[in-house]
Design a protein around this ligand. Structure first.
Ligand SMILES: NC(=O)c1ccc[n+]([C@@H]2O[C@H](COP(=O)([O-])OP(=O)(O)OC[C@H]3O[C@@H](n4cnc5c(N)ncnc54)[C@H](O)[C@@H]3O)[C@@H](O)[C@H]2O)c1
Ligand SMILES: [Zn+2]
Length: 1620
């Protein structure tokens, strides 16, 4: 089909018709531009999104039309250039502007160039600015493609780019030659972008034109459909008027209206001096919100919320009616835009981020248009009208009040004159009146109608049914109903009733009255939201069905949606039976419609025993009478309703909601003043209307009531009387009001009872919340005593003067009645009462706070308590939702099932796991072979692969059943091929089990397996097998360990070391995931005094591999390593990002013992992870947990549901709840920061991390004070708190726990202002936070000791101002004690001969030192009362144990438990050696010494702990015959002793045995013992190595961290070299 000639509309701006609108108008765009604006070069600039969609069409059309024109005019063909940039706000930058200009220059563009800006506002602003300055200005044309650009940014000539400091900070006014609005392109716009633009459309109508607003109000569905669900019957639908759909026409109409307004305003105020400011409606507050949440929320979304807030301000000032606010709210919502910061939509995008009033005000303040303590804000005065022709000045106080989520109600001034107030209309009466007037004949003016969602839903539905037409009069005070006398038609679309219960019930019978239309398939459909779809309707539907109507449940039985089949007879009539014990609304529904029965009059018989809520039935009957129909009430719950039609009275005053009326009346009662409610009185049928007479009067008030009004005068303040017992069954909702009054009563008689007992209110336990519990809890906060009983509550009167308002405020449980009743009490409570969640009153009285102040004379002010709290009184919530706890999800002692590819190391790693966790090991394959008495190859040969897989699955199930706890089970590689096995794994995980996937690089596996020929092959490459199974492994596991065995060389001895490393990494990983040991993982302790402060190193590499050799240098002095996952980049396209991250984790673990802190930092939190990729971040975080990292950073700005998702899998990983204020908008002293802290704490993390940005020194002190406040109590969480920025460096110095640090060698700092650990320690030393310390070696002779060298080297490299010196004494004398008790004492090593004697001078001895009977380390520890306690410890055994562990042969499957150990010598160190073997787990330990008695006495000293066998030389040497006797031998005899006679090589057993030999002597370096061991092929440990190892442990105990082993080693080697 050729392109039809499009129908276009034009709008004029600045005096000419340059705005052109239509559908599919590219042809027109180019013809118009090319003929009217001649240029030699045309450039289209667009973004990559639009390039894909439209660029091709645009350029083709360009060429077609330019050729046509050239052919017709003979002019030269112009050239067309295209330039495409990336989409997004980031492109609105100097850089991109420069690129475009360079491109223009490179293409030889001159002034004879015209630019098309084809795109959203970003393109329009940027390209417009380029055009404005290129060659001092070239012509440009706007082709806006987003709704926002069409109605807003393309019009008006404002062009701009952003700078890092501020949005739109550089720009120019430059008018486009044309603005072409092709509405057809909106069809490809993402929904959220379309909705975003609607905010501007609604805004424009709201300030300018009531009719436009009505179009928007009523057309929401159609307008959304025109864009989001377009009809496409023909190509170029809508281009011509013939093909344009109604929805398209409507869309055009509203867009054009908006465009016209903006054009008019621009025309009359081009440079924004006055009127143009009106377009800022919603933008003052909207911008402030945007400033805090961008880019998470879009501009229009923020403006939508801003409009409501600004409208509320106008309402508060009395400029705007609640009807208008309500209409604006519903209209905004109808397009899918948010209206509050609290709603789900917003939370979804911004997570838990809280925008405090302070922050919002701060941004409002910097708005250039504002002055002093007033802000310029557009005040609506009605829909379509503003108060002034420009923004109005509004005081800060007022704005704060309207922004705050909580309010403070102050005591009401005394002796106020009488007041009169009409509370909102009764909902029940409003809904009934609407139905009656709509079904009635003639016009009725309803006043006092409640404006709520419910009534709005009812109105809309009645209008859709054609039951009546409605108009508002009196600025929304009066609703004029033109009733249709019961005539209706089937609505065009379904009736959506939200969760409005009354509407749903009443309208069900109303729908039955609707006659059929010409199209027999048409039906009336009633539907609602998810909650509505669960609410019962069956009794009503049953009754109507029995009467011959046809109603079908479209989804769940018994609930909406309902499909009502129309009949010409409508409601048949006759006897209708209805079960009325569930809801009186069913009864009212039938009663209201009964007069319209067609065949015979209705006789309604209520069945099922007790009728509930009879008063409501009476109310319906009474109201029907007012509309001319008299119901005959017969005995036995039977009603006869005559046929006929309602006759509308001219006016109908809707009675006030009686429960609402209790609040103003109660204020009069409690404050001793007078209040009149003019729209409720003695004639009222509402139960709560009895409140004044039955409750207030007996309490001592004067009550004057007419049929329709009530006046209450309270007794003098403080003299209300207690009511010994009051039954409130007929007015249950009013019990909350009564309770607050009862809280301030006096005894009835002097000295008498001062207790009010309220009964008959049991149903209040299942209202919005458990109201009885709520009242008790909240009253208790004031000091009021209460108790409850089955049927009610007991309140003890309290003296007003001594009531204490709760600091944390009254929690309202989102219950309007709780909020309003406590605001009554607050009128007399001294000091001001905070009421939280003040918005909850909107359910029944949206203007309550305004009315309290302006009509009742109350006083309120604002307060911001931070984000809403997860309330602890959850029992108060009715039908408690049961808070999900993120518990440890993998059960520590659950059996670990190991899966993975063949060759990944499942068996050897599994064995190691078994060994280190001390658990039995099972191999599925072996178990298979064992129980089926066959080999697997045989089985396969005989039965085939499928049978094998099936059998394998059975074996797995059997094993899991048999050993669900404390085992290690290793599986065959192919087990995941069977679906039933996969299911078994998943089920096991769901039960809390651990399935560990061992991952190993497929190249390594191939290399390894090619050597092995003993196993069945697949006839398929390993690579293909892996490709097939990878996803299965992933779905079947909950933990993943990457075997980082890259260094395997195929040389056995070298590889053994490599495997040992992998194993020890696995060990660490297992400790994290199983909680073995003392909660297993390496936590960075915060209790250790000496280790203060602690640090973590932030790694900022895209790939850490090249840095690994230097990792120990980099991490020197750090206590943990942070892996910044967001900065990682996969080095090659062949490695997926996830695999890259997994590998980085395993590499880090392999190269450092420090715990890993795993962080994915988002852009808005100072990192690189895109803010909008929440899913990606959550997945990565969960991966981190799978990899068993020690710490996981979780940003608290994430949506709570996402955080919960992560926490649900946290196992034993510690959680750091983090928040970064990168823009420095939150002060440490502010409530907002406290709020962030609470928010962080609310996810129950292990560490809280709050980072600010310092703008001055003061911020650092405030930060430090903040930290002090939050780290005083023993159960306070560890806190990391500091400031970014150069100004914030001091806060890094002051922070005590896990300060992030950098290192000189790192390419970039992770955050501005970061310091390295040494710098921090140095600074702490300078400012006195880190005093110098003195350490000693006690003993004699010690001149030759290497200890000072070791320790001083270590202190120096760590940057600690410590010194280690010698103190040589013959005995442990006074001088030693004096040194240890000196304030600067940091610790001591103790050597021969003082190791025993020193014990008597110390305060405490550790278990280990006691067992060994010697102290080699003294540690001063701060006691509870800050006194110094000297602790004696022993690290000799640690040195030995760890050295043995490092050298244990890994190929051996023997566990230390099965090894035999020998200690040679019986001197002091032999005891440490024996103890080390014992702690290693060795069961059979022997000692050999030339003097047997000495050996015996050493052995005896351990007899309470373990057995040591004493052997003589004959036995020792016999060991050669018994072969492989000892696996571990420690020699403790001085190296200089001639020991040839003592032993020979035979003690090392048979050739080929590989044990570990440890020498404790270190001079000479290579003793005979070591030489023999080496020759026998044993692993050898030199004395120097043990010395360094134990020294390292000593340092650990003194200063809280290991030393720089490398530099110590270098120093030692040098010294040794000099000595040997
Ligand atoms: N100059 C002014 O008076 C003025 C007024 C308001 C806003 N602005 C500026 O406008 C910018 C925002 O503009 P925006 O909301 O149009 O966002 P935008 O330009 O970023 O566009 C939004 C997204 O929609 C895509 N897109 C645009 N049209 C599309 C289509 N038809 N089909 C599919 N995808 C499409 C874009 O590629 C982009 O990813 C801001 O920079 C703001 O400062 C300027
Ligand atoms: Zn805007």
């Amino acid at each position: 089909m050729s392109h039809p000639n499009p129908h276009i509309d034009k709008v004029s701006i600045l005096g000419s018709e340059t705005i052109i609108l239509g559908f599919h108008i590219f042809d027109y765009v180019l013809r118009d531009t090319l003929s009217n604006f001649k240029a030699s070069t045309y450039v289209v600039i667009t973004d990559t999104n639009l390039e894909k969609l439209y660029l091709d069409r645009f350029t083709k059309t360009f060429h077609k039309i330019s050729q046509e024109i050239a052919a017709a005019t003979g002019a030269a063909l112009p050239r067309l250039l295209t330039y495409v940039i990336s989409p997004g706000e980031e492109s609105k930058s100097r850089a991109v502007k420069g690129e475009i200009e360079d491109y223009f220059l490179s293409q030889g563009c001159t002034r004879d160039t015209l630019v098309f800006a084809m795109g959203g506002g970003v393109i329009g602003d940027l390209v417009g600015f380029v055009a404005a300055t290129f060659m001092r200005g070239i012509p440009f044309v706007q082709v806006p493609t987003t709704l926002l650009a069409m109605v807003d940014s393309s019009i008006g000539g404002k062009t701009a780019i952003d700078t890092p400091e501020a949005k739109n900070s550089i720009g120019a006014f430059w008018q486009p030659k044309r603005i072409f609005i092709d509405l057809a392109v909106l069809e490809t716009l993402p929904e959220r972008e379309f909705v975003n633009g609607m905010a501007e459309v609604i805004k424009t109508a709201a300030i300018w034109n009531h009719d436009d607003f009505v179009l928007l109000e009523n057309g929401a569905e159609a307008i959304r459909d025109a864009v989001l669900k377009p009809v496409r019957n023909v190509e170029f639908q809508g281009a011509t008027l013939e093909t344009r759909t109604t929805a398209q026409q409507l869309l055009l109409q509203v867009v054009m209206a908006s465009v016209a307004v903006k054009s008019y305003v621009v025309t009359h105020d081009e440079r924004e001096t006055g009127m143009r400011g009106l377009l800022n409606f919603g933008h003052s507050i909207g911008h402030a919100i945007e400033g805090l949440v961008t880019p998470k929320l879009l501009h229009g979304e923020c403006v939508a919320i801003g409009m409501i807030k600004e409208a509320e301000i106008a309402r508060h000032c009395g400029f705007l009616s609640q009807v208008a606010v309500g209409r604006l709210t519903r209209c905004i919502q109808a397009y899918g835009l948010p209206v509050t910061m609290e709603e789900k939509f917003v939370k979804n995008y911004i997570g838990n981020q809280y925008c405090s009033v302070d922050e919002l005000m701060r941004i409002l303040r910097v708005d250039k248009k504002n002055v002093g303590s007033q802000k310029r804000i557009v005040m609506l005065s009605a829909i379509g009208k503003t108060l002034e022709q420009k923004p109005s000045n509004i005081s800060d106080d007022l704005i704060r009040k309207c922004l705050a989520a909580s309010t403070v109600v102050h005591p009401r001034p005394v002796n106020l004159p009488p007041v009169t107030l009409s509370p909102p209309g009764s909902k029940s009466i409003s809904n009934r009146a609407l139905v009656l007037a709509a079904l009635g004949q003639g016009t009725c003016r309803l006043t006092g109608l409640l404006h709520s969602d419910d009534t709005q839903v009812m109105l809309t539905a009645l209008a859709k049914l054609g039951a009546a037409t409605f108009e508002w009069e009196n600025n929304g005070e009066t609703l004029v109903v033109h009733g249709n006398g019961g005539k209706m038609h089937i609505p065009d679309s379904e009736l959506y009733l939200g969760n409005a219960g009354t509407a749903a019930r009443f309208l069900t019978t109303v729908s039955v009255l609707v006659p059929p239309s010409a199209d027999p398939a048409q039906k009336t459909i009633l539907t609602g939201n998810a909650r509505m779809k669960q609410r019962p309707i069956a009794p009503l539907v049953d009754a109507l069905t029995a009467n011959g109507s046809v109603l079908k449940y479209a989804e769940a039985q018994g609930c909406l949606p309902l499909e009502v089949t129309p009949f010409s007879h409508g409601l048949a009539g006759g006897e209708i039976q209805l079960a009325a014990s569930i809801s009186s609304q069913y009864v009212s529904s039938i009663l209201l419609c009964a007069p319209y029965a067609t065949k015979e009059p209705v006789t309604l018989v209520l069945t099922g025993g007790q009728v509930i809520s009879q008063p409501y039935i009476d109310m319906t009957i009474a109201m029907m009478k007012s509309f001319g129909v008299t119901v005959e009430v017969l005995p036995n719950n039977t009603y006869r309703i005559p046929q006929g039609s309602y006759i509308n009275p001219e006016t109908y005053l809707v009675e006030a909601d009686a429960s609402s009326a209790t609040y103003p009346l109660a204020i009069a009662a409690i404050t001793g003043t007078t209040c009149t409610v003019p729209n409720i009185g003695s004639a009222s049928l509402q139960g709560d209307a009895g409140f004044a007479v039955n409750v207030l009067r007996p309490m001592g008030c004067t009550v004057v009531q007419t049929e329709t009004s009530t006046t209450v005068t309270g007794p003098p303040i403080g003299t209300l009387k207690a009511l010994p017992h009051i039954d409130m069954e007929t007015m249950t909702d009013a019990f909350l009001t009564a309770s607050v009054l009862a809280a301030v009563t006096q005894p009835t008689t002097p000295g008498g009872n001062n207790v009010t007992k309220i009964s008959g209110i049991a149903n209040q336990r299942v209202k919005e919340c458990n109201r009885i519990a709520a009242m008790m809890h909240e009253l208790g906060k004031f000091g009021v005593t209460t108790s409850e009983f089955d049927d009610g509550i007991i309140v003890h009167g309290h003296d007003i003067a001594s009531l204490t308002p709760p600091k944390e405020g009254v929690h309202c449980y989102d219950d309007h009645r709780v909020a309003m009743s406590f605001s009554v009490l607050a009128n007399v409570v001294p000091g001001g009462t905070i009421i939280r969640e003040k918005k909850c009153v909107e359910k029944t009285w949206p203007m309550w706070w305004d009315d309290l102040e302006s009509k009742l004379g109350g006083r309120t002010s604002d307060v911001d308590l931070g984000p809403p709290q997860e309330h602890h009184d959850y029992e108060v919530k009715s039908g408690s939702s049961g808070k999900k706890t993120a518990g440890s999800w993998a059960n520590g002692d659950a059996t670990i099932v190991v899966i993975g590819m063949r060759g990944a190391g499942k068996t050897s790693m599994g064995r190691y796991a078994a060994r280190t966790l001390k658990r039995p090991f099972e191999d599925v394959d072996q178990y298979f072979e064992r129980t089926l008495s066959t080999t697997i190859p045989e089985f396969i040969k005989e039965h085939g692969w499928p049978a094998f897989r099936e059998q394998e699955a059975k074996v797995l199930a059997e094993l899991l059943e048999k050993h669900p706890k404390s085992h290690i089970i290793s599986c065959g590689g192919g087990i995941v091929e069977t679906a039933s096995s996969r299911e078994a794994f998943k089920k096991y995980i769901a039960q809390g089990g651990i399935v560990l996937h061992l991952v190993r690089n497929i190249n390594e596996i191939e290399a390894y397996l090619n050597k092995d020929t003993t196993r069945p092959m697949y006839g398929e490459s390993m690579r293909d097998v892996w490709a097939r199974r990878e996803a299965w492994y992933r779905e079947c596991c909950n933990f993943e360990f990457v075997v980082a065995g890259q260094q395997l060389k195929g040389i056995e001895a070298e590889d053994a070391k490599e495997w040992a490393l992998v194993e020890s990494n696995l060990g660490r990983f297992l400790r994290v995931i199983t909680q073995s040991g003392s909660r297993g993982q390496k936590r960075v302790s915060r209790a250790h005094v000496a280790a203060k402060p602690t640090f973590f190193l932030s790694l900022t590499f895209p790939d850490i591999s090249p840095a690994l050799p230097h990792l120990s240098k980099l991490t020197l002095g750090s206590d943990a390593i942070e892996l910044r996952v967001d900065l990682l980049k996969s080095p090659s396209a062949l490695i997926s990002f996830r695999d890259h991250v997994a590998q980085q984790v395993s590499l880090l673990r392999r190269h450092s013992e420090l715990p890993i802190l795993y962080t994915v930092r988002s852009v808005s939190q100072g990192g690189q992870w895109p803010d909008n990729d929440v899913e990606g971040m959550v997945t990565l975080l969960k991966d981190g947990l799978q990899w068993g990292v020690e710490y996981l950073d979780v940003e608290i700005g994430l949506p709570r549901s996402k955080i919960d998702e992560v926490l649900a899998q946290k196992g034993n990983t510690l959680i750091v709840a983090s928040w970064h204020d990168c823009r420095g908008t939150v002060a440490w002293s502010s409530e907002a920061m406290e709020a962030q802290y609470k928010l962080a704490a609310s996810i129950s993390p292990d560490v809280i991390k709050l980072i600010g940005t310092a703008k001055s020194m003061k911020d650092n002190f405030e930060c430090s004070e903040f930290a002090e406040r939050h780290t005083t109590k023993a159960d306070d969480l560890p806190l990391i708190s500091m400031n970014m920025g150069a100004q914030g460096q001091l806060s890094r110095v002051l922070n005590n726990y896990l300060t992030p640090v950098t290192h000189k060698l790192l390419p970039v700092k992770a955050a501005p202002g970061q310091l390295d650990a040494r710098e921090i320690l140095l600074a702490r030393n300078v400012i006195g936070l880190l005093p110098a310390k003195q350490f000693y070696l006690f003993g004699t002779p010690i001149k030759q000791s290497l200890s000072p060298l070791m320790h001083n080297t270590s202190f120096q490299s760590l940057g600690l101002p410590y010194n280690y010196g010698l103190h040589e004494t013959a005995t442990v004398d006074e001088s030693v004690v004096a040194k240890m008790r000196a304030p600067e004492f940091g610790g001591a090593s103790v050597t021969i001969p003082h190791k025993i004697e020193i014990m008597s001078k110390l305060d405490e001895i550790t278990e280990e030192a006691k067992a060994i009977g010697a102290v080699n380390t003294v540690i001063p520890v701060l006691g509870d009362n800050k006194e110094t306690i000297l602790v004696g410890d022993n690290t000799d055994w640690l040195g030995i144990k760890h050295q043995i562990q490092r050298h244990l042969s890994t190929t051996s499957t023997v566990q230390p438990e099965q090894m035999k150990g020998l200690v040679i010598g019986a001197g002091g160190t032999s005891r440490a050696a024996l103890y080390a073997l014992h702690r290693l787990g060795v069961q059979e330990i022997s000692i050999f010494n030339r003097t047997l008695v000495k050996a015996q006495s050493v052995a005896d000293s351990f007899k309470d702990l373990f057995t040591v066998k004493v052997i003589g030389s004959s036995e020792l040497l016999k060991s050669s015959e018994s072969s492989s006797d000892f696996d571990l031998i420690v020699s403790t005899v001085p190296g200089t002793i001639e020991s040839e006679a003592m032993f020979d090589e035979s003690i090392f057993g048979q050739v080929g045995k590989k044990g570990v030999a440890v020498e404790l002597a270190y001079t000479p370096r290579f003793t005979r013992f070591l030489k023999l061991a080496g020759q026998a092929g044993w692993a050898t440990v030199e004395g120097g190595e043990v010395l360094i190892e134990q020294g390292g442990w000593q340092a650990q105990k003194w200063v809280g961290r290991r030393w720089d082993l490398e530099s110590v080693q270098v120093q030692m080697d040098l010294v040794q070299a000099g000595r040997v």
